[in-house]
Write a protein that binds this ligand. Structure first.
Ligand code: ATP
Ligand code: MG
Length: 581
């Protein structure tokens, strides 16, 4: 491509709307433009990067035995009602009614459509296993679309779905996808970790997220400083090594006055102890109005989703959340003096975070304004129904796998693998005849990659003050030839440009009649990994300049060798990055 004929509208400054670096650089480098909130057009350079990543995804999916299909973006309500998601998905599902008053939605993901496709034609265990995928536009009416294409409303996702006869088969498919994901993100040059994750609205029982580490990431990741353990905070567990010792016989259980002390900080100060030595109590409820008593260490924070998941698994309760002040008043409970001992609401369920010891003595509220109990031992003095990790795990807690310290990092979720089991196949009657001649529901898994989000995530990890630094595998162009000045530089550049084209190098030649400063800055901004700079001064010594965008390494090459040398250089970099020629 000649730059003079290309559409690369670079901007000197980032528009106000952009908050994070990848969004700023994508706008400045002329990769994307906003059409509406969370809805973006890709310009040629941006789309080239997307296509390069799509090809990596496609190659690795095919290599893992998955087959590409294309499902409709527009899907009928009836299909979505079969698995019950028309109601559950809420406002994030984009819906519309056609001229015949039929309801439709825009695919946010496609478990229903793929299950329907498979149940129509797959009738025997002999047709299994299969894995089908698509790389397609998705729509989710996100509450807060932000950061450009990082959290868009319209975006490109690769979604794959595996169908197996048995759970063992499904786990094999899951592992194959997991391995393919590793290869995909490695080839794309990303620094990532797979982490245990909550299964969310898609459902299922086992799931892992592939997370790209970046300070701007929206996800909180708990990772071990030594071993491979990593988990999204939604799912993370930590081991507390300094739980208080079990109660000895001394220290009587008694009520004492704590007038005016409403917060844990005030109570700790009055008792001359640390907040972490105390237990704090909160009230939660669910869609059916259960009274849930939640007990945590004084210095810990509740993770509402973990509580929700815990009670949905153990009790099948839905929509668990912290109770409002009004709900707490309706139970006649004093907000500043709550505790699990002698709890006054009949039938309440007590959930204790596992950072607390059930055998140690704690101070807790007496459920009476201005009073607390001391020496409350939960195993003796409270009716504890559930113990689990419902807190936000903190840095310094111990790794559940190896016992070393955990740390907290920020990450961007770029991929997600789920073992679904029979959630969709049972609801939608996707059945096959087994070897024994009996009908059985198919075992499923689903596997997503945020294709457009990955491009943004890559820029979050690869940039400097001058602009984007593309990893070779995603770079819109591998090489930019920059001719400075008309005449001889232009002539030499054209020669080398043609040599590169003939050798299959993805090259752009900046042939514009602009100042060297502007041209060099543009190449840096759009982040082409390698540059060949041809100027009059250098040519006087029969030299051209080779520059690597990352690390700004420079070299002078004899002009006579430049064509062949640049081709072999790029080819060898491809091999290092395992990019097929
Ligand atoms: P998040 O927690 O970030 O909302 P999710 O759990 O809803 O993601 P999945 O349903 O697992 O996401 O979708 C598969 C992949 O699609 C995600 O791993 C992510 O990379 C991508 N993705 C999800 N939502 C968006 C979005 N709004 N914009 C861009 N990519 C997205
Ligand atoms: Mg989401």
């Amino acid at each position: 491509m000649r730059w003079s004929a290309a559409h690369i509208p670079t901007l000197r400054d980032a528009p106000q709307e952009a908050e994070i670096i990848s969004h700023k650089l994508m706008l400045r480098a002329g990769l994307i433009r906003r059409l509406a909130s969370g809805i973006y057009s890709f310009l040629p350079m941006g789309w080239k990067a997307v296509l390069k990543f799509q090809n990596i995804v496609r190659e690795e999916m095919n290599r893992a035995g998955a087959q590409e299909v294309s499902l409709p973006i527009v899907q009928p309500k009836e299909l979505w009602e079969e698995a019950g998601r028309w109601q559950v998905y809420g406002k994030e599902l984009g819906r519309f009614t056609d001229r015949h008053e039929h309801d439709f939605c825009l695919q946010p993901t496609s478990e229903e459509a793929i299950t329907d496709l498979v149940r129509r034609d797959v009738k025997s265990y002999r047709q299994l296993p299969i894995n089908l995928y698509q790389i397609q536009t998705k729509f989710r009416d996100e509450v807060r679309p932000r950061f450009g294409i990082m959290r868009g409303r319209e975006f490109v996702m690769k979604d794959a779905y595996s169908f197996d006869l048995t759970p063992e088969g499904a786990f094999k498919s899951y592992e194959a996808m997991r391995a393919a994901y590793r290869r995909i993100f490695e080839r794309a040059g990303l620094r990532f970790i797979p982490v245990d994750a909550d299964t969310g609205a898609i459902g299922g029982t086992k799931s892992e997220e592939f997370t790209v580490l970046a300070d701007s990431g929206e996800d909180e990741i708990v990772a071990c400083t030594k071993c491979e353990y990593g988990a999204n905070q939604e799912k993370a567990v930590g081991v507390i090594s300094d739980k208080p010792a079990a109660a000895k016989t001394g220290g009587a259980y008694e009520k004492f006055a704590t007038p005016g002390l409403k917060t844990i900080a005030q109570l700790a100060e009055s008792q001359k102890c640390k907040e972490g030595d105390l237990a704090k109590t909160m009230i939660a409820t669910d869609t059916e109005g259960h009274c849930i008593v939640v007990v945590l260490r004084g210095d810990h924070e509740l993770h509402e989703l973990k509580l929700q998941t815990h009670l949905s698994q153990k009790m099948k309760w839905k929509g668990v959340r912290l109770a409002t002040d009004v709900e707490i008043q309706n139970w006649k409970l004093p907000k500043g003096s709550l505790g699990p001992a002698e709890f006054p609401v009949a039938g309440a369920t007590v959930v204790v975070d596992d950072a607390l010891s059930l055998e140690a003595p704690y101070i807790v509220g007496a459920n009476e304004e201005g009073f607390h109990f001391r020496n409350v031992v939960f195993s003796r003095d409270a009716k504890v129904n559930h113990v689990g990790t419902i807190r936000r795990v903190q840095a310094g807690e111990r790794c559940p796998k190896c016992g070393n310290a955990l740390e907290i990092k920020r990450g961007i979720e770029v991929g997600h693998v789920f073992y679904l089991g029979k959630k969709y196949s049972e609801a939608m009657k996707a059945e096959v005849l087994g070897e024994d001649g009996k009908l059985q529901s198919i075992e499923m898994g689903c596997y997503g990659i945020g294709v457009t989000r990955t491009i943004a995530a890559s820029i979050e990890q690869n940039h400097d003050e001058w602009g984007i630094i593309w990893p070779l595998a995603l770079a819109p162009y591998e090489l930019s030839i920059i001719s400075l000045g008309e005449g001889e530089p232009q002539k030499k550049a054209e020669e080398i440009y043609k040599t590169c084209l003939d050798a299959g190098i993805d090259v752009i030649w900046d042939d514009r009649s602009l100042s060297p400063g502007v041209k060099l800055k543009d190449s840096d901004l759009v982040g082409i990994p390698y540059q060949l700079i041809i100027g009059e001064k250098g040519l006087k010594n029969s030299q051209v300049e080779w520059k690597e965008r990352r690390g700004s390494k420079k070299d002078l090459w004899p002009v006579a060798e430049a064509g062949t040398r640049v081709v072999s250089e790029i080819q060898s970099r491809r091999r290092e990055n395992r990019i097929p020629s």
